[in-house]
Every structure is written in structure tokens, then in C-alpha cells.
Design a protein. Structure first.
Lengths: 325, 292
């Protein structure tokens, strides 16, 4: 069985299970948490393209996610754009921001990129939180980016009105559909020309470059592609929670997501999804121990990087077939 | 004129604190190619140990500083043996150690959160009084910080230039393989550098908490600024880092005065991005030619 067929098979099985979940377990809590899982899984799958495939050590993914969420919320709040149009627009805006960040940092080497992207995210956070000037006074003082409280009341994709009591199940399926598309894109990128270009650049940079593979060009491409779906996920997050605040920039979220990628397996197709699922479950299971959450996350992160750098995906693929990923 | 004195005074204090925080990071990057993301947490730990030593153990403040430096040096050693040493044997050291130290930093930070609580605590190590220059009152605390920073920097410079351990550190950061072939025990250099960096972080943490307050997350901001300083100077360039730290401290004080506190960090960052586009290897960094 070729690897792409295997990917399609795994994807279809997961999709079928996920479609059946709300019917088997209709509890609201499980469904809502699964929707959150879909959102994080989208971000993680797209981040993995940049981090694991592109080899760009960018920590800007949460900033891009926030860009998408804020863009959707602000389009809805200030210009009353319906959310169904605002979310794709947020995706496009995120791509623009992502390309800007990419242009600023992609000529740099690994650690410089990490520091610069981290600093960019921090500046966005500081500028939003410290902004106390009233931009609009309709319904109370609100700064341009909503300040500490964030932005609310920017409309909805209409599923709450359509299914008044079962809207959360509708959101579940929207999230699932988005994740399915995001994973499909990730498979296409990894198994397609972009992935091939990056594999060539990794295995023999000299030969690859002399054959005309420009690292900068492909890195910018992968940055833009992953920014689009991260932005869409951000927009959906905004709609799902009805409010966007500066908490999306928090370091513990960043830690949570990077742990998902590393524990699942950096650079693999299913690793990040697996990591996201496991960490969401572990987070649920240890809700009473929430004080120790970040300690546990930190320990797990360090442990996996040191002992099993290929993550759980590496455990599953001890066979020689794993060499082609 | 008074404004200028005020800006220079607070800028120098900021710059001195950044410099002490930066030297350790820069040394570690220079010799190991390791970005230590736990640096901010170690810095905070230093501040808390000093606080605990004075308030709970009743130690003399000078002894408390030494105790904090020792504990943090130990944490640095621990990071070397538990994370850096095993990762050096594997591939992708730079990326992996970055992620691993993010995890370690989070563990240390949250242990402090558990141990000392989330509320700000004043640092008991403080110097009363002030100096008057013209019409400007400068707290003695700031002068004290500047003095300690200068002493530390001179000490580090002597260590690097005049001792055999310092020579080994410099040799390792210039060329690891050549140093190893000349009989430098690279592993020992790594351990020394991480311990030294931990001790320096502790002192800078005490300094920073003495003019602000102690909170478990206070290390993040100075660490980010120390990284920015490193990046501007060129990663691993210790002397360049000191100059860049003081320049950035002055610049920050100036932008705080002219544009307000809100914009100071954003201005700094914009400047850094421009510097990096102009010189991707930092102001004082040498461009490394990568041979394929």
C-alpha cells in the first residue's frame, strides 16, 4: 500500500469515527470540547507544516491564529460584515500578515527566526493589552483592538439561529469539516511538490539549490499556505466562543500547542493530530490537578524532546517503512 | 538638560540590567549554540531565592545574593546534565534544546508559582537614599545596580581574557572541533558556561526585582529583551552584547519619555527587525559562510 493511500485510509476511518461521535455520545460537554480539539488540531497541523516540513523555527503561529480571530471579530464589529464572509476574509488577512512576518524573518537562520517571531507575538500582545484609549464609545468605552476585555458581539455564522438547541453539534461538524480540509492540505503539501522540495533541500542542499529550488521562495509559500488555515481556524474560534481576547497570545497556549506537535511527532502527517487528541484527553483527565498542568506539560515536552524526538509517531513507525515518512 | 540626565540615568540602569542578563545567554549561545529559553525562569528563581534567604533564613543580603547565585548555577548545571548533554549526542541540537528549555522554563516558573504564589512581592534587598545631579534625583538603588553590573562585567571580562578556563571558553566558541583537538575538555566548558550563566541570571534577577517587584512571570520580559540584545549584537558575541544592551537601555528610556511606555517595546522591536534585515547576523556578528 502506498503511503498516500494509507493516509487516505487513516483519514477516512478517523472521519467516520468523528462523524459518529455526537450520535454515540451526545453530551454537550464532550461535543464542545471536541470542537475545541478540532480548532487546536487545525492550528497544530498547519504549524507542523512550517516547523516540521519547512524547517522554519517560527513561533508566530499563535500570533497568526490571533490575527485571524481578531480580523474576523473586527470585520464583524466595525463593518458589520456577516461572519460567513468575514472568516474567509480573515484567512486572507492572515496570509498577508504571515507573508509580512515571513519576509521579515525568513532570511535569518533558525534561532533568529524563533526569537523574532516570539518577539513579534509579544509586541502584538503588549500593544493590544496596553491600549486604553477609547476608539468607540458605542456600548461603553472600547479600544480599537478591544483592550484587555477583547471584542464581542460581532455576529455569528447563523448556526445558533438555525439549530437553537443543537447549535453546538452543528459547530462540531463545521470544525470537523475545517479540520478535514486542513489535514487534506497538509497531506497534499507533504506528499506533493512543496514537500518534495523541502526534502530535497534537507537531504542535499547543494544539489537542490543548483537545480533551482529556492529555499526562500518555498519557505514563503509554506508560510502563506499554513497562515491561511490558521487564520480560518482563528475566525471560527472567534465565532464559536463569541469573544476574542488577548488570552489567545498566552504563553501557556503556545506551550500546549508546541507540546502537541512534539509529543505527536514533528514533521509527520498524523503525529500532530494524535498529539492534539492525547493532550486534550490528558488535560481533561487531570482537570483536578490543573495547578500542575503547566509543570506536567513542561516535563512532558522536555522528556519527549530528549528521549523520543520523533514523538509518538516515531514509536508507531519503528519499521523501515518510516524512512520515507 | 534635566530630562537628558534623567533619561541617561534610567537608560544606563536598564542597560546595565539587560547587559548582566544578556552576558549569560550570549556565552551559552557562543559555546554551545544553545538558546536557553529557561533563562527567564532562572532569573526569576534568583530573585525569589534571594527573597527567601533574607526573609525566611534571615541571611545577610550579601550572603543571600551569593546563595541565589549558587542555586541558579546549580540549576544551570542540572540543565546541562539532564537536557544539553543527551541532546548534544543527537541531531538537530539547536531546535531540540530550544524546545526542551521552553519545557524546563515552564516547570521552574510554575514551581515558583506554586511555592510563592502569584502575587507581587517586594524584594527586601534595597538601598535607601538618592543622589542629586542638577535637579534630578536618582535613587541610590540605581547607582548601586550600575556599580554591581560594572563589577560583574569586569569580572567576566577578566575571567574570559586572563584565565585558562576563560581561554577554553573562548576557544570553544570560536571553533569547537579545533578546541577539542587541542585538548580542551569541551564538556567541562559547557558545564562551566551554563553554571556561570545561571549565576549571572540570578544576580540580574535580583537587580530587576529590586526596582520592580517579584512575580513568577517577571523573567519573561527581561529574557525577551536580552534575546533581542543578543540578536542585535550577533548571537554569541559577548562584548558586542554589552554595548548593544546599554544602547538599547538608553534607547528604551528615551522612547519611554518621548512616545510613552506603551510604544517603547514596539519601537525596540521595529528597530531590531530593521537591523536584522540590514545585517542578518547582527551588528557585531560575523557572517558565517556555510559550505555545503
Amino acid at each position: 500500500m502506498t503511503s498516500i493511500r494509507r493516509d487516505i485510509l487513516i483519514g477516512l476511518v478517523c472521519l467516520a469515527l468523528a462523524i459518529a461521535l455526537p450520535i454515540a455520545v451526545p453530551g454537550r460537554y464532550v461535543v464542545t470540547q471536541s470542537t475545541l480539539f478540532f480548532i487546536w488540531a487545525i492550528v497544530v497541523v498547519q504549524w507542523n507544516l512550517v516547523l516540521g516540513i519547512g524547517g522554519i523555527f517560527s513561533l508566530a503561529q499563535m500570533a497568526l491564529f490571533a490575527t485571524g480571530a481578531y480580523a474576523a471579530a473586527m470585520l464583524g464589529f466595525y463593518w458589520k460584515v456577516p461572519m460567513l464572509a468575514a472568516i474567509p476574509m480573515a484567512g486572507v488577512i492572515t496570509v498577508a500578515v504571515g507573508i509580512l512576518i515571513g519576509l521579515a524573518c525568513l532570511r535569518l537562520r533558525g534561532p533568529y527566526v524563533a526569537l523574532l517571531t516570539l518577539a513579534i507575538a509579544q509586541v502584538m500582545y503588549v500593544l493590544i493589552v496596553n491600549d486604553t484609549d477609547c476608539f468607540t464609545t458605542a456600548g461603553g468605552c472600547m479600544p480599537l483592538f478591544g483592550g484587555v476585555r477583547g471584542i464581542g458581539q460581532f455576529g455569528d455564522i447563523g448556526l445558533r439561529a438555525l439549530f437553537p438547541s443543537k447549535w453546538y453539534i452543528a459547530h462540531y461538524y463545521v470544525g470537523l469539516a475545517l479540520l478535514a480540509v486542513a489535514v487534506t492540505i497538509s497531506i497534499v503539501v507533504i506528499r506533493g511538490p512543496l514537500g518534495l522540495a523541502f526534502r530535497a533541500l534537507r537531504d542535499n542542499p547543494g544539489y537542490a539549490m543548483s537545480r533551482g529550488i529556492s529555499r526562500f521562495k518555498y519557505q514563503l509559500w509554506i508560510f502563506a499556505v499554513s497562515a491561511f488555515f490558521t487564520g480560518i481556524a482563528g475566525g471560527f474560534y472567534a465565532v464559536h466562543f463569541r469573544v476574542v481576547g488577548p488570552t489567545v497570545f498566552s504563553f501557556s497556549t503556545l506551550l500546549f500547542l508546541i507540546a502537541m506537535i512534539v509529543i505527536g511527532g514533528l514533521g509527520s502527517i498524523w503525529g500532530p493530530v494524535l498529539g492534539a487528541a492525547l493532550l486534550m484527553l490528558a488535560d481533561e483527565g487531570m482537570r483536578e490537578l490543573s495547578d500542575y498542568r503547566n509543570i506536567g506539560l513542561g516535563l512532558l515536552l522536555a522528556l519527549f524532546v530528549i528521549a523520543w524526538p520523533n514523538g509518538l509517531n516515531g514509536w508507531l513507525h519503528r519499521s523501515p517503512a518510516s524512512r520515507d515518512r | 538638560m534635566d530630562v537628558l540626565i534623567q533619561i541617561v540615568a534610567s537608560g544606563l540602569t536598564l542597560g546595565a540590567m539587560y547587559a548582566v542578563a544578556t552576558i549569560g545567554l550570549s556565552l551559552v549561545y557562543g559555546s554551545l549554540n544553545m538558546l536557553n529559553m529557561a533563562h527567564g525562569a532562572i532569573l526569576t528563581l534568583g530573585g525569589y531565592i534571594c527573597y527567601a534567604a533574607i526573609v525566611y533564613a534571615g541571611l545577610h543580603p550579601a550572603l543571600a545574593v551569593v546563595a541565589a547565585a549558587l542555586v541558579c548555577a546549580l540549576v544551570g548545571l542540572l540543565i546541562y546534565f539532564s537536557a544539553a548533554l543527551p541532546l548534544l549526542r543527537a541531531e538537530n541540537f539547536e531546535t531540540n534544546i530550544f524546545i526542551a528549555t521552553i519545557g524546563i522554563g515552564s516547570v521552574i516558573e510554575n514551581l515558583m508559582l506554586k511555592g510563592f504564589g502569584p502575587y507581587p512581592i517586594p524584594q527586601p534587598l534595597a538601598v535607601e537614599g538618592q543622589v542629586v545631579i542638577g535637579n534630578v534625583h536618582i535613587p541610590l538603588q540605581n547607582v548601586f545596580i550600575l556599580g554591581v553590573a560594572i563589577v560583574l562585567m569586569v569580572a567576566v571580562a577578566i575571567l574570559l581574557q586572563r584565565t585558562s578556563a576563560g581561554r577554553a571558553i573562548r576557544a570553544t566558541s570560536m571553533n569547537r572541533e579545533a578546541a577539542q583537538l587541542m585538548g580542551v575538555r569541551v564538556g567541562r566548558v559547557y558545564a562551566q558556561v551554563l553554571a556561570l550563566s545561571g549565576a549571572l541570571a540570578a544576580v540580574s534577577g535580583i537587580m530587576i526585582s529590586s526596582i520592580a517587584t517579584l512575580t513568577p512571570v517577571m523573567g519573561g520580559d527581561p529574557m525577551l529583551k536580552a534575546f533581542i540584545v543578543c540578536v542585535v549584537a550577533g548571537l554569541g558575541n559577548v562584548y558586542g552584547a554589552v554595548i548593544a544592551a546599554i544602547a538599547l537601555g538608553l534607547l528604551e528610556a528615551a522612547t519611554q519619555y518621548v512616545l510613552g511606555v506603551r510604544w517603547s517595546f514596539a519601537t525596540l522591536l521595529l528597530l531590531v527587525i530593521l537591523v536584522l534585515i540590514w545585517r542578518p547576523y547582527g551588528l557585531f556578528g560575523k557572517q558565517q559562510v556555510v559550505r555545503l
